[in-house]
Design a protein around this ligand. Structure first.
Ligand code: F0G
Length: 461
């Protein structure tokens, strides 16, 4: 008997293409020098395969493009706002919606509504903009993720989980009155796109509720998290992605959302809340920072595309293919012995730069170096997620020294083909083969906020 092979393929076909520009090594040397060795400062036309981020880089469907044509560009009461509100209520289950231009707009408003100076905000690791807004509102961020999340080799299936003992230690130390909410991310971007289990979210809820501490979800990639719950958590194999998403949100009091990820759009976000009073405050603030509460900095058409995107994002075929593509690249790299964060995350492969370039000290910015070298090698653009992203300690002024020194290869949704994935794997392998010759960097310009976006570097001699 012969076993027939049946290959997996993308659940869509292509009807419009964007030509890519191929570059030579000399052109890339020049471009990277001009960009101060910071991949954020490269021009996109100098990039071949852009794995900088999955944020706003998604390919919209024909239905979403059609949705743009029914944009109701009214200043107040746009029909598209009501479509989006209905979709958020149906799939996420929250009562109130405040649209924002993107995730950080929602984070700004939420932080201003809930945080008083001197408060503490615990979170399952941090995200750059989320923590920055918490700190700007006067809070101190406290990491309460399980220790396993800081170990790139550990195979824990839910490395995004909260360590309840760490949460309890904080609450005991500062008092529940100084902890307005737990900032819960699903999946955890900085840990490598690692999910949180439903059981853990429920435990956090049960701990917080009697103490009057809110639980706020960063729902940016919660649909991807739902896929992992379905695959890995007992009792969820037969539930739909939509059911799992709804159940997870029901254990929280509200959510900030960057629609630019899960929701398959190029711009958009929202803040969703159950509490009437907090909503009232948020609806006041959105007018100051984003726009009227029925558009929040978005065009009507953008809200329509996001409303349609929610329905497409929870489709099982879509999410299987989306995460399947990331797994395909991860497995290719693992087979070649490339050090990456385990298990493979939802939106990205994270190269372990500390293991890739063990001869570089953290102060020579190994992940920043590796991202630059990958660009020189192949024209592939990746992102540093290490000491540069971690910024400086507010008190001491020294760098924060994160345990993870990573380079993120992030996959836009529905954009690249399997052949692009093969080129990516081959390029990383070639770089790995000559890793010993790679030299580090020194920083020669450092901006005050979110330095990784605009910092500049020189290659060490
Ligand atoms: N939360 C998470 C988990 C994110 O990954 C991001 C953005 C945000 C919030 C902020 O949303 O960009 O719409 O303001 N992450 C992007 C990334 C930038 O590349 O990972 P935003």
């Amino acid at each position: 008997m012969t076993t027939k092979k049946r290959s997996w393929a993308e659940p869509y076909k292509i009807k419009m293409v964007e030509p890519l520009r191929m570059t030579t090594r000399e052109q890339r040397e020049r471009a990277l020098a001009e960009a101060g060795w910071n991949t954020f400062l490269l021009r996109s036309e100098d990039v071949y395969i852009d794995l900088l981020t999955d944020s706003g880089t998604n390919a919209m469907s024909d239905r979403q493009w059609a949705g743009l044509m029914v944009g109701d560009e009214a200043y107040a009461g746009s029909a598209n706002y009501y479509h989006l509100e209905a979709a958020v209520q149906k799939y996420y289950g929250y009562k109130h919606l405040v649209p924002t231009h993107q995730g950080r707009g929602a984070e700004n408003i939420l932080s201003k509504c809930l945080i008083k100076p001197g408060d503490y905000v615990p979170g399952n690791m941090y995200f750059t903009t989320t923590r920055a807004h918490q700190e700007l509102a006067g809070a101190t961020f406290v990491d309460i993720i399980i220790d396993e999340a800081h170990d790139p080799g550990c195979e824990h299936p839910f490395k995004g989980n909260v360590d309840l003992a760490k949460l309890d230690a904080l609450v005991t130390r500062v008092g529940a009155a100084k902890v307005p909410y737990v900032s819960l991310a699903a999946t955890v971007n900085m840990a490598g796109g690692q999910p949180i289990s439903m059981k853990n979210v429920r435990a956090v809820r049960e701990y917080c509720e009697p103490k009057g501490i809110k639980v706020i979800l960063d729902a940016t990639r919660a649909i991807e998290n739902a896929w992992f719950v379905k695959q890995r958590e007992k009792g969820y194999a037969d539930k739909s992605i939509a059911e799992i998403l709804h159940e997870m949100c029901s254990l929280t009091d509200g959510a900030t959302m960057s629609g630019k990820k899960d929701l398959l759009v190029n711009i958009g976000g929202f803040l969703a809340l159950n509490d009437d009073d907090v909503f009232e405050e948020a609806r006041n603030l959105v007018v100051l920072y984003e726009g009227l509460h029925t558009y929040g900095g978005l065009a009507g058409r953008d809200m329509e595309a996001m409303a349609i995107g929610i329905q497409e994002a929870v489709s099982e075929d879509h999410i299987r293919a989306r995460i399947g593509q990331v797994e395909y690249v991860g497995e290719g790299l693992m087979k070649a012995g490339i050090p990456i964060v385990h298990p493979i995350g939802g939106h990205a492969i994270f190269l372990d730069a500390a293991a890739f370039l063990p001869h570089l000290p953290q102060t020579a910015f190994p992940a920043q170096t590796l991202a630059g070298e990958l660009y020189l090698e192949s024209g592939i653009r990746a992102m540093e997620r290490g000491i540069v992203s971690a910024g400086r300690n507010k008190e001491t002024g020294d760098h924060n020294y994160p345990k993870l020194e990573l380079v993120r290869l992030t996959f836009p949704r529905r954009v690249y083909t399997q052949a692009h994935c093969d080129v990516t794997v081959e390029s990383v392998i070639e770089l790995f083969d000559r890793r010993h010759a790679i030299k580090g960097l020194k920083m020669n310009y450092e901006p005050k906020y979110l330095r990784f976006f605009q910092a500049r570097f020189d290659r060490l001699a």
